[in-house]
Ligand binder design. Structure first.
Ligand code: PMP
Length: 425
């Protein structure tokens, strides 16, 4: 293993220190939400204790401190994803709201009957349903791309799916169900050549590796704070300035306006045009603290450590009979997978195993992971998903494997006890 000091890092995460059903918590549900370091929790507390005021509204001292911290967090996000200017960063509730905003503002105002929206089968429901709705509203059509044998969107075959009518390419950067990473830079380059606008769901990417939206060449990129060690209820929509500038407002109210009369309303400049009402001030500042936290760590070391953990997990799971690993064989190329392993069992229900693991203090997620079309594509109802973070350890993986071995052994014994006796006499 690398020199990465996981024990020191774990001290930063008070939420990991719990016992569950008499066992130390083993948190393997990081794709659902990550734990938060003390510095993020403290940043939120500080907002309410030190600078509690509304932003952009008043001329008093506290309001200007709150506004400065809030806008400073926006600049941190801008640097974090390498956007060209802070106006390209819109605060939202999360990836879900960002995607709805793009669909209802950009999608609704640009799509026409019979236009085509290319979409991947890997998408989370949050990146499917908004496009279905806007397709119903405009008469546009969703066209589903095929997956390669490694369950990625293949840049080599993408061009054959573009037509005169293609307007949008909707892609996840990383699949929350499988952990596969799409080659977004190559895919967006092809889209650009065909004058197709790209919407990238980065919800599962930002917590695992650095993002550079200029290098990716995407038009829109969305993510949530809570999957990158930040607070819940805060997210980001990055959009190219020219596109955002041309888009109509989506939700309306205070702060997104310039002038209101009963005859006519004019809208505020970016980014405020898309931020009506009082924003999640503490959440934005907390997300800024999460960025500070990640930037203090050596991210290259984190990536290597996570990849080593994932290889170890896959190797050890492979030794257990009766487990089917759905995640494609983990590549030695760190850019192809994040540390997620999805499983099914030959003889047991995933729900039962998830419940029995919980009794051992191990938190995993079972089900369709908000990717029902992907499950249908794979011909399965759901999986048990183990999703790791850099604060997980080999010892935790050992405990998981020991627990799975003992659960499956007991289950096998039970099956053989209840099996009908042989009809041979
Ligand atoms: N996209 C992906 C790939 C996700 O994993 C998730 C969350 N599971 C979302 C979108 C939605 O994120 P949120 O619930 O934070 O809005």
């Amino acid at each position: 293993m690398s020199l990465f000091n996981v024990n020191a890092v774990r001290q930063d995460f008070p939420g990991l220190l719990h016992s569950v059903h008499g066992h130390p918590l083993v948190y393997f549900d990081n794709a659902a939400t990550t734990h938060k370091p003390t510095s993020v929790i403290q940043a939120e507390v500080d907002v309410y204790q030190q600078s509690n005021a509304n932003v952009h509204r008043a001329s008093h001292y506290l309001s200007s401190v709150a506004t400065q911290r809030f806008e400073n967090a926006r600049k941190k996000v801008q640097r974090f994803v390498n956007a060209t200017r802070p106006e390209e960063i819109i605060w939202t509730k999360g990836a879900t709201e960002s995607l709805n905003l793009i669909a209802q503002s950009y999608g609704l105002s640009t799509l026409q009957k019979d236009d085509e929206i290319l979409i991947s089968p890997l998408e989370h429901h949050a990146n499917i349903v908004p496009w279905q709705i806007v397709a119903q509203q405009t008469g546009a059509k969703l066209k589903i791309l095929p997956l390669s044998h490694t369950l990625h969107i293949d840049p080599h075959t993408l061009p054959q799916h573009f037509s005169e009518k293609t307007r949008l390419l909707i892609l996840t950067h990383v699949s929350n169900a499988l952990g596969v990473v799409n080659d977004i830079a190559a895919l967006c380059k092809l889209a650009k050549q065909h004058k197709v606008t790209t919407v990238v769901d980065g919800a599962q990417a930002v917590g695992h590796f650095p993002i550079d939206v200029q290098q990716l060449g995407c038009d829109f990129y969305v993510f949530s704070g809570h999957k990158m060690y930040g607070p819940t209820g805060i997210g980001v929509l990055y959009g190219c300035y020219n596109l955002l500038e041309a888009m109509p407002p989506w939700q309306t109210g205070g702060e997104m306006i310039q002038q209101v009369s009963f005859e006519k309303t004019t809208y505020n400049q970016l980014p405020f045009k898309f931020e009506p009402g009082t924003p999640n001030i503490a959440g934005a500042i907390g997300l800024g603290a999460a960025i500070d936290y990640l930037e203090k760590l050596d991210r290259r070391q984190l990536i290597t450590y996570e990849h080593q953990l994932m290889n170890y997990l896959q190797e050890t799971l492979n030794t257990i009979p009766g487990i089917n690993i759905i995640t494609p064989t983990i590549s030695t190329d760190q850019s192809k997978n994040i540390p997620i392993v999805a499983l099914t069992f030959s003889h047991e229900h995933i729900q039962d195993i998830g419940m029995l693991l919980d009794q051992k203090g191990i938190a995993v997620r079972v089900g369709h992971h908000c990717t029902m079309p992907l499950m249908a594509y794979l011909g399965i109802a759901g999986t048990l998903r183990i999703s790791l973070s850099f604060y997980n350890t080999r010892q935790e993986i050992d405990w998981l494997v020991e627990s799975l071995n003992s659960i499956l052994k007991h289950s096998e014994e039970k099956h053989s006890e209840t099996a009908y006796p042989s009809s041979k006499d």
